[in-house]
Design a protein. Structure first.
Length: 584
């Protein structure tokens, strides 16, 4: 895990070692173990790097790295299956002078060009200069775990892991008011129709699963998506025991690969199914028979404190549990620092609790932290996504729909029963009403009216009222809704939070649920593998039934990662702090 930056420019006043160092200094927190800058004077290309040593701690793993007297690269992230790829490449005659995944990446690029991206199980953002072809090849991982920001102006091209790197060399920091309008009024953190858009004008984000090619004049000559999932390619029937075993095997493989490290590895533990599954699977695999370190946030005397479930896991595995105790005061005290690292607005206080957990891990000499993010989005872990399951089932089988809905009502608390009944009624109406009519029913019109009454927002409203991001009110299937949540919606927001919060403390976060092989497999399964007998994430629960304590596997009351006293935030100037994100 590292920080990367670079410039393409034929102007020698713009492309200098001093400018590259400004960029890498701005993201020093991403890589405190070393730095490097490199310029190819003949072609106006400069690369910068900050190193957080994870794999191959020797100088052989330093960057910018060069290969075959042709390629030069700065790379942020990990290729988890680099060992298998390296062994394959050796059979093709490739040799290696380091044990790093970066060198394997360059060799595989030489062998397969852009097709190499299809081989990688990993999280990454990188820029590779090809001296022979005279192009800069840039790419980002499938899910968007690692960031890649860029800016173009006057034949100059700048890129970096964070916008701070771009701002440090004079890239304008001008607010994108269209994004601000949609955040301020609707709470949107990204534009799901165009994930390249950021909260700053003319600063863009390379989309997940994309690569782009830039020429020596700073012009993007190609940008293309290299991977996607066909959510319509779904099986009608499966042998459940067989697919459960396959899920278990893929999850186990993902964890095994993400434990590869030359530094200490720990695991976050919230008490929920996803993080508990990761901790218990590591224990089940008996990795090196070494005691795990887990890191948790606890909220004593809070009705939704998860400590009882955290302790159930710790009592069932060989692990040392280490906890922090965030309070409203501590979380608000960290807000300005969080804003500095996040660079863009955020929409949840849980980000501050996560920030404290990341700091806790680093303070205990853990540099790599496994986390449970990702499962909720493609395994239907949110109650709001379950609506699509029932809508789909009603169209296919009325009798089974009634049976499953009744079981769901019996399993869950009365407030959830009422909630899903109301939501389903609205969902069925959506098939009959226009978006404008739905807006009226949902009170959005009155919300906009209230928005205009506040002078500070009036100008934004008058200018951008017709530029509300199009929302996805309904989907034709559960799989379509899960696809949207995973690749266009909420997960993108959470991945940004995790990257910035972890790198603020020079910590690498790895996500076992975001193995592309695992995700591809789950999307082929029938919806009843995701929601069944009153439970979401059904296949995960069944697969973990003999690994995770059953009180956690079959919990009926699990909530999202929620800090205490959320309403108390209204008494502190948190909202004004968030707007200050534009004044970093």
């Amino acid at each position: 895990m590292c920080g990367i930056a670079g410039i393409i420019s034929q102007n020698r006043e713009i492309l200098t070692y001093q400018q590259l160092k400004k960029m890498t200094d701005a993201i020093e927190h991403r890589g405190p173990d070393g730095e490097g800058q490199w310029i190819n004077d003949n072609n106006g290309v400069g690369l910068g790097h900050r190193r957080l040593s994870i794999i191959d701690l020797t100088d052989a793993g330093s960057q910018p790295m060069h290969y075959l007297d042709r390629y030069s690269i700065v790379f942020n992230g990990e290729i988890y299956n680099y060992i298998e790829i390296r062994e394959f490449l050796k059979t093709k005659g490739y040799t290696f002078v380091s044990d790093s995944d970066t060198e394997v990446l360059m060799a595989n690029f030489d062998y397969k060009r852009e097709k190499c991206l299809e081989d990688f199980d990993g999280m990454f953002a990188f820029a590779l200069w090809d001296k022979k072809e005279q192009v800069l090849f840039c790419a980002r991982d499938r899910f968007g775990e690692k960031p890649f920001f860029y800016h173009q102006s006057h034949n100059n091209f700048y890129f970096g892991s964070e916008m701070k790197a771009l701002w440090s060399v004079g890239v304008p920091r001008e607010t994108n008011n269209r994004m601000l309008f949609n955040y301020w009024h609707f709470g949107y953190i990204n534009n799901s129709n165009d994930l390249s858009e950021t909260f700053y004008k003319n600063i863009f984000l390379l989309e997940p699963s994309h690569y782009m090619i830039v020429d020596p004049n700073g012009k993007i000559i190609k940008k293309q998506k290299y991977w996607d999932i066909d959510y319509k390619n779904q099986l009608d029937k499966v042998d459940f025991n067989e697919v459960k075993d396959t899920f278990f095997r893929l999850f186990e493989t993902s964890i095994s690969r993400r434990l590869r490290s030359d530094v200490a590895v720990g695991t976050s533990l919230s008490g929920g199914l996803d993080s508990s599954s990761t901790v218990c699977m590591i224990n089940h695999m008996k990795v090196n028979n070494v005691e795990q370190k887990t890191f948790s946030a606890r909220f004593p005397n809070f009705i939704k404190d998860e400590s009882v479930y955290i302790d159930k896991v710790l009592n069932s595995v060989n692990a040392k549990g280490i906890s922090c105790f965030p309070t409203i005061e501590s979380m608000v005290a960290n807000v300005k620092e969080i804003i500095h690292h996040q660079e863009e607005p955020f929409g949840t206080l849980s980000i501050a609790a996560q920030y404290e957990v990341m700091k806790l891990a680093r303070d205990n000499d853990v540099i790599v932290l496994l986390d449970g993010q990702g499962a909720d989005e493609y395994l239907c872990g949110y109650h709001g996504l379950i609506d699509s399951f029932f809508i789909e089932l009603k169209k296919k089988n009325e009798k089974e729909y009634k049976r499953q809905l009744e079981i769901y009502k019996q399993v869950h608390a009365s407030n959830q029963i009422n909630s899903i009944s109301r939501r389903l009624r609205m969902s069925f109406l959506k098939e009959k009403l226009s978006d404008a009519q739905i807006d009226k029913l949902l009170g959005i019109k009155s919300g906009i009216d209230n928005f205009t009454k506040k002078d500070a927002k009036k100008d934004l409203y008058s200018q951008y009222k017709n530029e509300q991001f199009k929302r996805k009110y309904s989907a034709t299937s559960l799989n379509e809704m899960l696809y949207h949540a995973t690749f266009r919606g909420g997960l993108q927001e959470l991945l940004r939070y995790a990257d910035r919060n972890s790198m603020a403390h020079s910590l690498e976060v790895r996500l076992p649920f975001l193995s592309h092989e695992l995700v591809e497999f789950v999307f082929t399964l029938p919806s009843t593998c995701k929601v069944n007998n009153g439970f979401s994430k059904y296949i995960l629960r069944e697969a973990m039934n003999d690994v995770v304590p059953k009180d956690i596997v079959w919990r009926k009351d699990k909530i999202g990662y929620e800090p205490p006293n959320k309403n108390e935030v209204n008494g502190v100037p948190l909202k004004s702090y968030l707007i200050d994100a534009f004044k970093i």
